[in-house]
Design a protein around this ligand. Sequence first.
Ligand SMILES: Nc1ncnc2c1ncn2[C@@H]1O[C@H](COP(=O)(O)OP(=O)(O)OP(=O)(O)O)[C@@H](O)[C@H]1O
Length: 589
Amino acid sequence: MLASRTLPFLLSQVARRPLQFGTLLTIVISATCCAVAAQYAMKLIVDQMTDDRRAAQIWQFVGVFVGLIAVESTLWRLGGWLGCRTVVGVGVAVRLDLFRHLAGHPMQYFANQMSGALGSRVTATAGAVGGLLGSLTWHVIPPCVDFIGAVVVLFSIEPAMAYALVASAAAVASTVTLFGSRGRPLHHAYAEQSARVSGDLVDTVANMWAVKSFAARDREYRRLQQAFGIEAAAQRASWLHTEKARVLHDVCLWLMAGGMLVWAVQGWRNGNNTPGDVVIVSALTFRILHGSRDLALALVGVAQNSAVIREMLDAIGGPHRVDDPAEPADFVPRGGSIRLHKVWYGYDPAMPVFRGLDLHIPAGQRVGVIGPSGAGKSTLLALIQRLDDVTSGQVWIDRQCVKDVRQDSLRSAIAVVPQDVALFHRSILENIRYGRPDASIDEVMTAARDAQCDDFIQCLPQGYDTLVGERGVCLSGGQRQRIGIARAFLKNAPILLLDEATSSLDSASEREIQIALARLMRGKTVVAVAHRLATVASFDRVLVIANGCVVEDGPPAVLQHQGGPYETLWRLQVAGAQDDGNASQGLAT
Ligand SMILES: Nc1ncnc2c1ncn2[C@@H]1O[C@H](COP(=O)(O)OP(=O)(O)OP(=O)(O)O)[C@@H](O)[C@H]1O
């Protein structure tokens, strides 16, 4: 489960690598302590130089100083090596965690989001987590340790000076933090705008076909120009706030460092401080000045990166609406019976697609589903796969409630050939094998032959190794559909869901595929959504869905003479086919 807030999310990443982060922290603190100790060694060297009686011991302190510098450098390099391994590892883990969580959202979530924006959010978040942990390690912890070291050293010189340093640092920190916190909405607005614009750009590039064919290149350019302009304004506002915080911080620290130096010099004039004390006070205060400038910069970076992470958690990190039960059982296939009991469901609960749908499909039955466009045919297939949960009612497959079993085990028992087959930009072999990853090449080829796609694959330049392009753009709609059917052959699941599985095929190919599909359907429970009634004419049963429920149900041969919607549609399609026949004859003569 993904933490829903930024800090717990970061801590969960750190807690996974306690040894690495613990060692890194120890190294960074030790290196910074060495730096402070080196300043103290310098004070001792100066004191030896200005006191003739102790000049003989000077080489001792020079040795200590040089040794501390060497240890400090070694520790920083060690920290760099370990930090690089740790932060890179966290970047990988963050992306994997986000992908796992993202993949657990129901399909409706993806329908409502721009996939480009989701992908870039995952990558941006990994960068933000890396940047944030890097800033904390290299730019936040060292100045803090420096500060503590300076307080300890000043306490040994003049306690009042140490108290003054603590008081003024607290005043500066609270002023800058208060001012910085006012910038949080600006950083968040920029992160949100940036994610939206990058998603928009990906969406436009993905729809380049529509952009060109509607002569919309200039229109899209202007639209993007406007969107980039809004994003740039948000970025400027976030950045400028940062600059203002830096000015405020610089002025405060300049006053503080100057004041401390005057104080130390005055103490020397009064005979209370040695020249070495003046050296260390100025060295430490300037070190704090520089360190806190780094710190201020880093805190701004931390705020901006936190905004990116928070924006991602808002968009991706929500709980999964469709989740496995706490102790899920694996689905046990028992032939493939399907039952829906009083199912209410709507993408928008105010507009239900199903209103108390009741349905029982015995194992091994072949059922056609028809109905007007938007009646809910594809939604029915989605609910059988538990791609979303019903609002009320129940769905059982093989007498097991879909909510009680592991989703992946349920979906392993269901093969689906959708209307628009989703292909990966991978080889044809890998795409078909997606149906069963452990299938041998021979099995893949047999499935391809069964789905009538072997011939066209063999004609491609690299045969089965040909890359299909993003979402399979290098293939025709009919070729993609045949690959989808080949996947189903390979999966050989007891339940087969076909959603207009042959809609992109020409009549001759469809006839061939129907023969192959008839073989695939043998012994399986089949639910096939069809617009052409001829596709389901040989099925055991046809359901007509309309107005959220089943309005007609029976064998197609019976429904054909029942005077209901099926018969009306049948007559329309027969008349249409005759018109098409006459038109083809007219063209031929
Ligand atoms: N992701 C979604 N978010 C919101 N509404 C949706 C979503 N998907 C589908 N719908 C709506 O749900 C209803 C049923 O859609 P569905 O795709 O199941 O219909 P269908 O019968 O398969 O249509 P067609 O025959 O045109 O493919 C439609 O009104 C559709 O607008």
